[in-house]
Ligand binder design. Structure first.
Ligand code: HEM
Length: 432
């Protein structure tokens, strides 16, 4: 089994990793952006790529940071998703590597993020109705209750890590309720999420991949039991609807549940973590929000624009085609920098300025576009908007208590730790 996983890693991650490392040493901008320097501060690399043109060839794929081109590609059905930036390994080895499917996970088919229409539509349809604006509005009260409970539990005037104590807790509590998962298992899922999301990156190490696969196996065992229980006694939750209302087989159910869970809390947690850090570092923007709290929804859009929790995605040409005067062969892969699109000066004035009053902040592409556009966007916006405002009102003197620590991941970019000194709690009576 381990040899099989190792060969999968080699094909999906190991060879791209080697190419990226070699190219990075040679000074290639894209390779450096995808490495540790880029994780720390990707924007200098993004701007270098932007300066080279709209569509730039790199030693691995093509890349674009251009807002209009990213949006066009995401909405163009001549492009689709591929299982990964896979690099071919000899056929006999590939056959062995794929002899047994890996444990169902968010990064491999049939997770909907890795499927093209028409199969993609089959995966997505049974879920989206739970995320319409009206369905999300019904969750508002629960978001308020969960937020207040978490804030009540914080030590007045103490020091806490806001990722651990707050940013990850609000979204996971809500997605757990939506999927009918028991609260007691949240800690376990936070751990699995942390271990598995690196699979969405390009060029991760064997040890990270191995840990991700181990967590995926444990999650599969868990979901086997949980799905079995829901088959016997379906509830009102999203997963019960997927089980009873769709034709998805057991493996597809698990893969798509794992992506809903992973996408449902890691991304929103990163949004809240980014927002806390940005606002603490821009106290004048926080003052503006205190004076005009109706700006909160726009502030959330500006955080999504400025620090998109999903930093990069990719599409492949499904057929030979022409784009921007370039002839692309079938299979050509283009990395789409959502972060680059979000700071495109052709769309956003003074794009590197964080400004909660920016009139067109919501033109960002943080939730992607086209058939894979995030259906959790309304939920994420509502959760983050409420949670952030309530938190800054409860602890108006909150201050950083040390440097925040970024996760060593690029696709799901966010903070692993945001240490703060809370200051005294204020119990306001205002309703939002
Ligand atoms: C701030 C929070 C969030 C951000 C920034 C975000 C971002 C994204 C992006 C960029 C994509 C598309 C990737 C691509 O086109 O390749 C996506 C897809 C997806 N998101 Fe979100 N997301 C967030 C929250 C959520 C939530 C709360 C849920 C569910 C509860 C969710 C579930 C999904 C799923 C299942 C997909 C795959 C959709 C498909 O392939 O059709 N996301 N998200």
């Amino acid at each position: 089994m381990t040899l099989q996983y190792w060969l999968r890693w080699l094909s999906l991650q190991g060879v791209p990793r080697l190419v990226l490392r070699v190219q990075s040493r040679r000074g290639d901008t894209f390779a450096r952006m995808m490495g540790p320097e880029g994780i720390r501060d990707p924007h200098p690399y993004i701007e270098q790529i932007r300066a080279q043109g709209k569509l730039v060839k790199t030693p691995l794929p093509w890349v674009t940071c251009d807002h209009s081109l990213v949006r066009t590609i995401l909405r163009d059905n001549r492009f689709g998703v591929r299982s990964s930036a896979r690099i071919e390994i000899p056929k006999v080895l590939a056959k062995f590597a794929n002899r047994m499917p890996p444990p169902a996970n968010p990064a491999d088919p049939p997770a909907m993020l890795r499927m093209n229409p028409p199969e993609h539509t089959t995966m997505r349809r049974p879920v989206v109705s739970a995320f319409t604006p009206r369905a999300v509005e019904k969750l508002r009260e629960r978001v308020e209750t969960v937020t207040e409970e978490l804030l009540d539990a914080m030590p007045s005037d103490g020091s806490v890590d806001m990722v651990e104590a707050f940013a990850s807790r609000v979204p996971i509590a809500i997605i757990f309720e939506m999927l009918g998962l028991p609260r007691a298992d949240m800690g376990q899922f936070l751990f699995w999420g942390e271990e598995m999301t690196p699979m969405l990156d390009v060029g991760i190490s064997w040890s990270k991949y191995h840990r991700a696969m181990r967590s995926a196996r444990q999650l599969n065992d868990y979901l086997d039991r949980h799905i079995e229980r829901l088959r016997r006694e379906p509830g009102e939750d999203v997963l019960s609807n997927m089980i009873t209302g769709s034709q998805l087989d057991h493996y597809a159910l698990k893969a798509n549940t794992s992506i809903i869970i992973g996408a449902g809390f890691e991304t929103t947690a990163n949004l809240i973590g980014h927002a806390i850090t940005l606002l603490l570092n821009h106290p004048e923007q926080l003052d503006r929000l205190r004076a005009e709290p109706e700006l909160w929804p726009n502030a959330v859009e500006e955080v999504l624009r400025y620090e998109p929790p999903v930093f990069i995605t990719a599409r492949s040409a499904l057929t030979e085609l022409e784009l921007e005067g370039v002839q692309l062969p079938q299979g050509a892969m283009i990395m789409l920098s959502l972060a680059g699109a979000n700071r495109d000066p052709a769309v956003f004035d003074d794009p590197h300025r964080f400004d909660v009053t920016r009139p067109n902040a919501n033109e960002h592409l943080a939730f992607s576009s086209g058939v894979h556009a995030c259906f959790g966007a309304n939920l994420a916006r509502m959760e983050a908007g409420y949670a952030l405002r309530a938190m800054f009102e409860r602890f108006p003197d909150m201050r950083p208590a040390g440097p925040p620590r970024l996760r060593q991941q690029l696709t799901f970019r966010g903070y692993a730790q945001v240490p703060v000194r809370l200051g005294p709690a204020v119990h306001a009576t205002s309703s939002h």
